[in-house]
Design a binder for this molecule. Structure first.
Ligand code: DUC
Ligand code: ZN
Ligand code: ZN
Length: 472
């Protein structure tokens, strides 16, 4: 099957220009002058399908490098399966996810990787890779890192919070980082001071402060800043590269920026919820409504200016990319487990479907250039996690993962509108945004077009990732 996307503005992280894109089978074969002649040959007359992209942007498929499909967590499981979650991702112009294999204490990471492969195989509508969560750093887990790297799992997430579930102490973090410094793995860090949070949570509940709002106040920015600083110090000590996930506090951004200024291989990710949503308006919504937005790190105070700071940090490259931390739970039967006790609300927000649109608003407002939008949503995630060349760029030899994006289109977000995630509410209900994902190709196959899902479970393939391409 040969496809020609004609007349659009092709946008890569490095620049934009009017061009036609020829996809042969699963791969981009050529990026051509508009009008597509090759040695006098009319290319359009010799392809199976022509997609008219006049007036539209033609961008690399989005890469969401932080999702948790069907993750067992908080006494339940994330409500999107690999099938429903990747279908929703495709609707929103994301063509690759990197999800997390979970090792709970006592489990063998390599066995867990096999388990997660079984869950994803035959289910995914788009391509998928895996990071590995390590919750039990000991000799066998450290040995497993090498085995997993050979399988394309080249990044490992550690937690400084969630004692008894995920938390690693500083000694364990140090050992994992020492290992990563020798094998080239990327250490991903959930940076919140778990001990401090546990005391604040207990005190809040004892005082009768049980509403969702107190999830936010018991996970203060100081706990995020301190943990971010500590993780950076341990990375500095060991020489391991460090990627701080779901950064929400402006003070944590400052720690990352200072480390980068010192020349350390420290990177930071934020998520759409930290750009748009707030402690006051969302976690503080009346009654139990705020449960919809319970996630960790938590939403921050708008009065303190964290959201504006995240946009700025993306512009200045103090933060390098945006993933969703997609970890959806329904209100009914899941979030409501925390009625009367916010600490029992499963932590997570669903956004995998809306990341590209939500970040495109940065282009609309002038906070981001078109190229920077593509960079933070597509290109940097590819390069950060060892997929660049195949993914994250429209160039000959790359996978035919392409989105035709209409800047004059409009997207109404909400249940019953654009909502394909397996959740009984939308964290983004009522958002009306400029731009629209018109057509999505995954490895040359059209999976979304004209408001229809044309993909299938099982089309998605496992991406065996290389080591991060940010290190020499
Ligand atoms: N934070 C969440 O909100 N959900 C999943 C895990 C995490 O760290
Ligand atoms: Zn986390
Ligand atoms: Zn996460």
């Amino acid at each position: 099957m040969k496809t020609l996307i004609t007349g659009g503005t092709v946008v890569n992280a490095t620049g934009r220009g009017l061009a036609d894109v020829l996809i042969d089978g699963e791969t981009v074969a050529a990026v051509l002058e508009p009008g597509s002649t090759l040695l006098g040959f009319d290319v359009a007359a010799h392809v199976d399908r022509v997609i008219d992209a006049r007036g539209k942007y033609v961008i690399p498929g989005g890469i969401d490098a932080h999702t948790h499909m069907e993750m067992p967590f908080g006494g339940t499981s994330a409500s999107d399966t690999f099938e429903t979650g990747t279908r929703a991702a495709a609707w929103g112009g994301t063509t690759t996810i990197v999800d997390f294999v979970v090792q709970y204490p006592g489990e063998n990471p390599v066995d867990q990787f096999a388990l997660w492969q079984d869950k994803a195989a035959g289910s995914c509508a788009i391509d998928y890779g895996f990071h590995q969560i390590l919750s039990d750093v000991q000799d066998s887990s450290l040995d497993a890192m090498d085995e997993l790297i050979a399988e394309g799992v080249t990044s490992f997430k550690l937690f400084m919070a969630y004692r008894g579930v995920f938390l690693s102490d500083d000694g364990q973090i140090l050992r994992a980082m020492q290992k990563a410094a020798t094998n080239g793995a990327m250490v991903m860090m959930h940076a919140e001071n778990g001990s401090v949070i546990d005391v604040l949570v207990r005190q809040a509940l004892e005082a009768g402060d049980t509403a969702p709002y107190f999830h936010g106040t018991t996970r203060p920015w100081q706990a995020e800043e301190e943990a971010t600083h500590r993780a950076i110090m341990l990375a500095d000590l060991t020489g391991a590269p460090l990627y701080v996930v779901h950064v929400s506090a402006k003070q944590a951004v400052a720690q990352i920026a200072a480390a980068r200024d010192r020349g350390l291989n420290v990177f930071g990710e934020t998520c759409p919820q930290y750009l748009y949503l707030s402690l006051e308006e969302h976690l503080g919504a009346p009654g139990f409504e705020g449960a919809k937005w319970v996630c960790s790190t938590p939403l921050r105070s708008r009065a303190e200016g964290h959201q504006d700071h995240m946009w700025r940090a993306l512009r200045t490259n103090d933060l390098q990319l945006v993933s969703t931390d997609h970890c959806p739970f329904c209100m009914k039967g899941q979030k409501e487990m925390g009625l009367g006790d916010f600490s029992k609300i499963p932590n997570g927000i669903g956004s995998v479907e809306h990341r590209m649109d939500l970040l495109y608003q940065g282009v609309v407002t002038g906070d981001l250039t078109l190229e920077r939008w593509v960079e933070i949503c597509c290109t940097t995630p590819a390069r950060m996690f060892g997929m660049y060349g195949r993914k994250g760029v429209i160039a000959p030899g790359a996978d035919g993962d392409v989105v035709v994006y209409d800047p004059n289109g409009h997207t109404s977000i909400g249940v019953g509108k654009t909502h394909h995630m397996a959740m009984d509410y939308s964290a983004w209900e009522g958002f009306e945004v400029d731009g629209h994902v018109d057509t999505v190709l995954s490895r040359g196959e059209v999976v979304v077009d004209g408001g229809e899902f044309l993909g299938r479970a099982g089309h998605g393939r496992y991406v065996r990732r290389d080591l991060t391409q940010y290190l020499v």
